[in-house]
Write a protein that binds this ligand. Structure first.
Ligand code: ZN
Length: 250
């Protein structure tokens, strides 16, 4: 029997009464656990076997699936779960974690990034900004870390750049013709991308951005994931539908 801190990043129904939960733990990385009876409303496991559960879990590790026995919440993430838009952004974070990690390969860095991003969102930090920062910081994990400090072709370190998905990062004005699909960025976006990628999360908590700026950043990041890593996030679609109702300043 093992006790470990973790966050549930996915659940799947299994039969009439059970669920399989995918838990991302600090000590063991991603693991699959059978939560017996979790679909029965009266079961002790039904209250905890949901995506974004964060707590101390008691389980038995198996060669394939383990078994979840009990869990004790460390933070119910009430503010996140009570707001459909914030839940959507949190869903994007856990989906990305699931897609970019393998079973049983622990990473303290990923665990802390996941937990800290969710805790900051729970405290009221902008969920769009937080999930974009998370996605930027996971790029090396996807094996597609873009060049954001100089031109990816000629190395030029100053001036305006476009973002080239094909070339993998910034392209200066002279090199821009090599990729006619290179995305034009505002000065703010050009400055923010390397900051989001490189500056530690705890120092980025105060970032507040105009809707246009964060919108452009999201477009670039998710197009980059899709075209260079083949990752199209289901939760992104949900957020796009919700964004029609965004109330922030344009
Ligand atoms: Zn260049």
């Amino acid at each position: 029997m093992v006790k470990a801190e973790g966050i549930i990043i996915r659940t799947t129904d299994y039969g009439e009464t059970n669920k399989i939960v995918t838990l991302y733990t600090k000590e063991f990385g991603k693991i699959g656990l059978m939560a017996r009876g979790a679909k029965k409303p009266k079961s002790e496991l039904s209250a905890i076997s949901h995506v974004l559960f964060y707590g101390l879990c008691l389980f038995r590790k198996g060669r394939g699936l383990g078994v979840l026995y009990q869990a004790e919440s460390l933070n119910p993430f009430r503010s996140i779960l009570e707001n459909i838009e914030i839940t959507g952004y949190a869903a994007l974070i856990v989906e990305l974690t699931d897609r970019l990690t393998e079973d049983g390969l622990p990473s303290q860095a990923i665990y802390h990034l996941l937990k800290d991003t969710l805790l900051l969102m729970e405290k009221g930090k902008d969920p769009a900004v937080m999930s974009a920062i998370f996605a930027m910081k996971m790029l090396p994990q996807a094996g597609i870390d873009p060049e954001l400090t100089h031109c990816v072709r000629c190395g030029k370190q100053k001036g305006r750049y476009r973002f080239s998905i094909v070339e993998g990062g910034y392209l200066c004005d002279e090199c821009a013709p090599t990729d006619r699909y290179a995305i034009e960025m505002s000065g703010a976006v050009q400055k923010l991308l390397p900051i989001m990628r490189l500056v530690p999360l705890e120092r980025l908590g105060k970032v507040s951005l105009k809707a246009k700026t964060i919108g452009m950043i999201e477009t670039i990041i998710y197009a980059y994931y899709e075209q260079n890593a083949g990752i199209k996030l289901r939760s992104r679609k949900f957020i796009e539908q919700l964004s029609k109702f965004r109330t922030r300043d344009p």
